[in-house]
Ligand binder design. Sequence first.
Ligand SMILES: O=P(O)(O)OC[C@H]1O[C@@H](O)[C@H](O)[C@@H](O)[C@@H]1O
Length: 282
Amino acid sequence: MKTGIEDIEFHGIPALRLLGPQGSSAVISKLGAQVLSWITPDGRERLYLSDKAVFDGSVAIRGGVPVCFPQFSDRGDLPKHGLVRTRVWSESARRSGDDYALVTLETGDDDTTRALWPHAFRLELTAMIEADRLDLELCVVNTGTAAFEFTGALHTYVRVVQVEDAALEGLYGHDYRDAANGNRVVNESGTELAVDSETDRVYRRVRRPQLLRAGNLSLGIQQQGFPDVVVWNPWVEKCAALADMPADGWRHMLCIEAAAADDRQEVAAGDEWYGRQTLVVV
Ligand SMILES: O=P(O)(O)OC[C@H]1O[C@@H](O)[C@H](O)[C@@H](O)[C@@H]1O
């Protein structure tokens, strides 16, 4: 099967489908530069997308990989998770070869962003699939004349059959800020994180990869540039309060986010900052 890129409509919005090697594929929406589907050669969908997600740009699409910038969550005065999830990005590159397919989407400042955040910037999100691998890279370019600071994330919703069966390794010994428990800072003493209640944790300065095991799913997750790993599951009650999630949505997702949540990242005038997250089926 030939690799390539197709222009498609996905739930009524412009999107690109990446056709990778061995039948792998991915869909990235121009709304938010959000990867909404990643299917591996075994035919399995690896990302969670809510069947109550809203695609009209009024709110962020619930699922896939939202791009959060220049603010992570509600840690500042800007709208939650920043300004770019509901923007329409434009395509700046597409390429494919025997063993990969890649697209880059970009957006930048305008009157709307500058009214809330007075900085000149360009963002580029590159998504690349290989047979069993999804690579995401966020490039933040400071196109202005003064330095700025930002927080943000690649807010990846991993699809799981049953989150109660999930175990996430690789976070042992790290401090985390427990946003589900009054933001207290705790040192992780477990070798495996199990999710059995609302979970909203910012693991700080993580340098090791993680391994997610859930039923017969095994996913390796690695990041560069982003200092923190955020693990989020709303569990039953918080999920019920989210209008764009089905009642059992919490069970089928686990967000494992490459984030700069607690450490602001500085970008000097004219400089570029890169953050990456890689998901590999192992
Ligand atoms: O509902 P939103 O804006 O997509 O945010 C979802 C969640 O995103 C996570 O990254 C945060 O840690 C949570 O606190 C937050 O609730």
